[in-house]
Design a protein around this ligand. Structure first.
Ligand code: GRG
Length: 295
């Protein structure tokens, strides 16, 4: 029987230790930007994407050190996206991960630079021989993360999301935004875990199917929490989506139908894991947790 809470805690501790080692120390003239990088990254967060990297790597017996370096790189890109998303030019948020956002604690310019530096440090981390001895594999990891984070992935989804504020939209638009804005980073986390191993085509397809359903289910719940969650539990401001005229799942489908869809996506994600056998039970437990979470 899987103890997901324990697995999440253990992965979080190992990833935090890896991040602590990889992030520079706040010294010298660039001390302030380094402090801001550490402030945003080490503040907490659920560490779901690192968990996906580690869980998919374990399916294929990938060495823990390689998996943790990939997990840290994904978390750096995710944290950069949160820091930039919170800026006044985007979502203009003042609370993130239960503390003042990076630009509120420091200033806008420092937050922009800290985000930039986290993004570049992610690729520096993947490019180092400690991540994998084969340069061709390292190149594949770098490419995967670049595509997921770039204009065909997260940046593209964010651009469409900003453009959709106070605009008409349907379910296809909404799913397309979130496949890129949120889903691409979930998918690449699973891919990075598996791509240092010799996963066969059927196993890769199973992870892809699982990741797609998980990403959408996560986003539906994120939208629902914005409607009915509490800032103290979630660690960020709530009810922002309606204020900003965002296209959301509960806005389009209503609360009940959105929840029903999230549960269906969760069931489909679990079914998709069948080719991976009982070793995938942590991934199954994770998607259930994502759909049942209240933060
Ligand atoms: C700035 C290029 C760029 C992209 C921003 C990630 C993102 C795109 C925006 C964040 C705003 C948001 C609410 C996105 C939708 C869902 C999401 C990614 C939530 C945050 O992820 P969690 O809940 O965060 O896993 P923690 O803090 O737990 O890591």
């Amino acid at each position: 029987m899987i103890d997901l809470k324990r697995e999440l805690r253990e992965t979080e501790a190992a990833v935090n230790e890896t991040l602590e080692r990889l992030l520079p120390r706040p010294e010298g003239l660039e001390g302030r930007v380094v402090e801001a990088m550490r402030y945003a990254t080490l503040a907490g967060g659920k560490r779901l994407r690192p968990f996906l990297v580690v869980a998919s790597a374990r399916l294929f017996d990938v060495p823990e050190l390689a998996a943790l370096r990939c997990a840290a790189a994904v978390e750096m890109v995710h944290t950069y996206s949160l820091v930039h998303d919170d800026l006044p030019a985007m979502d203009d948020d003042d609370v993130r991960r239960g503390q003042p956002t990076c630009h509120v604690e420091f200033d806008d310019a420092t937050a922009i630079l800290a985000g930039d530096a986290l993004l570049t440090l992610a690729f520096e981390t993947l490019s180092a021989p400690a991540t994998h001895r084969d340069p061709a594999v390292r190149c594949e990891l770098i490419r995967g993360l670049a595509v997921a984070g770039g204009p065909a992935g997260m940046v593209g989804g964010q651009t469409d999301d900003l453009a959709s504020e106070f605009a008409e939209g349907d379910l296809d638009n909404l799913e397309s935004i979130h496949r890129r804005k949120t889903g691409a980073m979930f998918l690449v986390a699973l891919r990075l875990g598996a791509s240092t191993a010799a996963a066969d085509a059927q196993q890769q397809a199973a992870l892809e199917q699982y990741g797609e359903k998980l990403g959408l289910a996560f986003q539906i719940i994120d939208d629902l929490l914005d409607v009915s969650g509490h800032q103290a539990e979630i660690g960020k401001r709530v009810k922002k989506d309606t204020d900003r005229g965002k296209l959301t799942f509960p806005g389009l489908l209503g609360v009940e139908e959105s929840r029903r869809r999230a549960v269906l996506l969760c069931d489909d994600a679990c079914k998709a894991l069948a080719p991976l056998g009982s070793r995938a039970s942590s991934l199954e437990a994770l998607v259930r947790y994502v759909v049942e979470r209240n933060h």
